[in-house]
Design a protein around this ligand. Structure first.
Ligand code: SF4
Length: 543
C-alpha cells in the first residue's frame, strides 16, 4: 500500500492559542506520572502531525476516531450521564484510540515500553483528529457535528485531568494558557464570597477544607460567561474568580473557538486537497457515510438460535421482527408479487444476512413472483440474481446487506418502488398514517417517532420504533440490542434475541444504551455523495 505523506504546517491559528507541544506530558516537569498519562490524551491540535501513513492506516485511524465520536453522540442522545457516561466513553476510547500494550509489538518484535505505548497513543489521537477534521470540514452540517463531538471528547478528557493531581495545571502550562492566579491574601479576603458559590453541573462546591488548597484564578468575566450564568463563579470588578476545577469550561470554550476557526479554514482548502489526491479524496468525501458496526455480509443464522429462517416463516418474522424498511418491502412484495431492482437488492441481501439460505431464498421469491409469471420466466430473469447475491454466480463475491447509512443516503424510491428508509423517504403524513395503521404504540409514541423524523434523526426514529414494539428490551436479560438503528439486520437480530429471551431461549446480553454502539453520524444526514452512489452502482450492475 502506498504511503500518504502528511507535511508539517505552521499553526494556522497563530497568536496566543499557539499551544503546540508534540512532546508527551512526561516532558513537562510539573506533571506527575499519573497526570502525564492523562495529559497525553489532551491536545489543542494546533500542529499538523508529520508522520507518514499508509492508506490503510489513514482509513483505520479515521474509523477508530469515528467510533469514539459516534459513541459520544449515542450516549448524549440516550441521556447517559455521570459515571455511566464516563465509563462507557473511556471503554470506547481505550478500545479504539489506545494501542493494546499486551498484543502490540515494536518494530524489533519486542514488547513496547511504557513510553512507546504513550507515544503511539498520542500519534493515533492526533492523526485521527486531523484526518476527520479534513473529512468533516466540507459542509456546515458536518462541521457542526464534528465540533460538537470533539468538544465533548475534549471536555471529558479535561474533566479527568482536573481530577488528577497536577494534570490540569500541567496541561494549562504546556498549552500556554495563562490565567491570573489569585494571591493567598486576596483569596483570604474573599473567603466568604468564594465559599458561598454553589456547585452544580460544573462540579461540587468548594468545601471549607478544600478551600485551603484550592487554587483560584481571576478571569475577565467575558471568558467565564457559562460559569456566571450557572452561578458557579464569584464576580467582582469585571473579573470572575474561578477555582481550578471549573477552569474546564473556559478552556473548553477556547478549544471550541479554535477548532471552529480551523474547520472553516480547512473547508476553503478542501476541494483543492481532495481534488488533487485521487487516493485520499474519495476516502475523505465518503468518511461521514462509513459504517462502523458489525458486518452482516456472511450468511449467518446463529442469531436465530434454535429457529431457522425459511421461505415458510419469513411472513411471521416480517410481522414480528423486521424494521420498517424491510416490513415495507415485504408488504410490497406480497401485494405486487414483484419487487423492482433496488427493492430486490435491499430485501434479498437483508434476508441473506438474516439467515435465509440461497435455496430458501429462491423458493421464497419464486413463490411470490410465480403469482404473476411462469417458473420459466422467473428462472430466466431472476434466479441468476439471487444466486449472484450468495456468491454462486459471476465473480462469486458474497455481497453485503445494506446498512442504514447506505439505505438512508441511497437512491430514493420512485412510484412503484418499495426500497429505501421510510423514516427518510416517506413524507410525514404518509409515515404517520402507516405507523397508525400498523398500530405502533400510542398517538404520543407515534408523535415521538415523527418528531425524530422532523429533526432528520431518521435512525433514532427507528430506535424509537424498536423501543415501542419491544417493551423493556433494555432490561430483558438475554436480549442483545447492539446495532439497532445502524443496520436493519441488527434490528432483526435484536428483535429475535428479545423474543427468544422472553420465551426462555438464550442469547448474549446487551442494553439499549449500547444499541447505537457504532452509530453512523447519520442521525442527521446530508445527500448521498457520488462515491456512495458509484459503489452502489458497481454492486447493482452485477446483480
Ligand atoms: Fe431500515 Fe435503518 Fe431506516 Fe430503520 S433506520 S427503517 S433499519 S434503513
Amino acid at each position: 500500500m502506498q504511503a500518504v505523506g502528511v507535511a508539517r504546517r505552521p499553526n494556522p491559528l497563530g497568536g496566543r492559542m499557539s499551544l503546540g507541544g508534540r512532546g508527551g506530558a512526561g516532558d513537562d516537569p510539573t506533571a506527575g506520572a499519573a497526570a502525564a498519562a492523562i495529559m497525553d490524551d489532551l491536545d489543542f491540535y494546533s500542529d499538523l502531525p508529520s508522520k507518514e501513513l499508509s492508506l490503510d492506516e489513514f482509513e483505520e485511524l479515521a474509523l477508530a476516531r469515528l467510533k469514539v465520536l459516534r459513541k459520544i453522540e449515542e450516549l448524549k442522545t440516550r441521556n447517559v450521564t455521570g459515571e455511566a457516561y464516563r465509563m462507557q466513553l473511556d471503554k470506547t476510547i481505550k478500545a479504539n484510540l489506545h494501542v493494546d500494550a499486551a498484543t502490540t509489538t515494536s518494530a524489533s518484535g519486542g514488547k513496547l515500553s511504557a513510553k512507546q505505548v504513550r507515544n503511539r497513543n498520542k500519534h493515533q489521537d492526533i492523526s485521527s483528529h486531523f484526518i476527520l477534521r479534513a473529512a468533516y470540514c466540507r459542509t456546515e452540517d458536518l462541521r457542526r457535528w464534528f465540533l460538537t463531538q470533539e468538544c465533548a471528547l475534549f471536555q471529558h478528557r479535561l474533566e479527568k485531568a482536573s481530577k488528577a493531581s497536577g494534570a490540569l495545571q500541567a496541561f494549562l502550562h504546556r498549552a500556554g494558557l495563562k490565567f491570573d492566579r489569585v494571591s493567598d491574601s486576596e483569596k483570604d479576603r474573599l473567603r466568604q464570597q468564594l465559599l458561598s458559590v454553589p456547585g452544580g453541573a460544573g462540579g461540587e462546591a468548594v468545601s471549607p477544607a478544600e478551600f485551603v488548597t484550592e487554587i483560584y484564578y481571576r478571569v475577565p468575566f467575558v471568558q467565564a460567561l457559562d460559569l456566571i450564568a450557572n452561578r458557579q463563579a464569584y464576580v467582582e470588578a469585571g473579573f470572575a474568580y474561578v477555582p481550578l476545577r471549573r477552569i474546564v469550561s473556559i478552556v473548553r470554550a477556547k478549544f471550541r473557538m479554535a477548532l471552529s476557526k480551523s474547520l472553516v479554514l480547512a473547508s476553503s482548502a478542501f476541494s483543492q486537497v481532495a481534488g488533487e489526491s485521487a487516493r485520499i479524496g474519495p476516502l475523505l468525501k465518503s468518511m461521514n457515510q462509513q459504517y462502523t458496526g458489525k458486518d452482516y455480509g456472511a450468511y449467518d443464522k446463529s442469531n436465530l438460535g434454535a429457529e431457522e429462517l425459511t421461505a415458510q416463516n419469513v411472513d411471521m418474522y416480517a410481522e414480528r421482527s423486521m424494521p420498517l424498511c424491510m416490513s415495507q418491502l415485504h408488504s410490497g412484495l406480497k401485494r405486487d408479487h414483484k419487487l423492482k431492482h433496488w427493492g430486490r437488492l435491499q430485501y434479498g441481501l437483508f434476508l441473506k444476512g438474516a439467515g435465509l439460505s440461497m435455496e430458501e431464498s429462491l423458493l421464497f421469491f419464486q413463490r411470490e413472483f410465480g403469482k404473476i409469471m411462469t417458473a420459466e420466466q422467473f428462472n430466466k430473469n431472476y434466479s441468476y440474481n439471487i444466486r449472484h447475491m450468495y456468491g454462486k454466480e459471476g465473480k462469486r463475491a458474497s455481497y453485503t446487506p445494506y446498512n442504514c447509512t447506505k439505505i438512508v443516503l441511497g437512491n430514493p424510491p420512485n412510484a412503484g418502488d418499495h426500497h429505501g428508509c421510510p423514516y427518510r423517504h416517506y413524507d410525514e403524513e404518509h409515515l404517520g398514517a402507516l405507523l397508525a395503521k400498523m398500530k405502533i404504540g400510542s398517538p404520543a409514541d407515534r408523535n415521538e417517532i415523527l418528531n425524530q423524523k422532523r429533526s432528520k434523526n431518521f435512525q433514532l426514529a427507528c430506535v424509537k420504533h424498536f423501543e415501542i414494539t419491544h417493551p423493556q428490551a433494555a432490561s430483558t436479560r438475554g436480549a442483545n440490542l447492539d446495532g439497532v438503528g445502524n443496520h436493519p439486520n441488527a434490528w432483526f437480530a435484536a428483535s429475535v434475541s428479545y423474543h427468544n429471551a422472553k420465551s426462555g431461549g438464550t442469547s448474549s446480553g446487551g442494553t439499549i444504551a449500547t444499541a447505537l454502539g457504532a452509530a453512523a453520524p447519520a442521525a442527521k444526514m446530508e445527500a448521498a455523495s457520488p462515491n456512495a452512489k458509484s459503489e452502489d452502482s458497481k454492486q447493482a450492475a452485477v446483480l
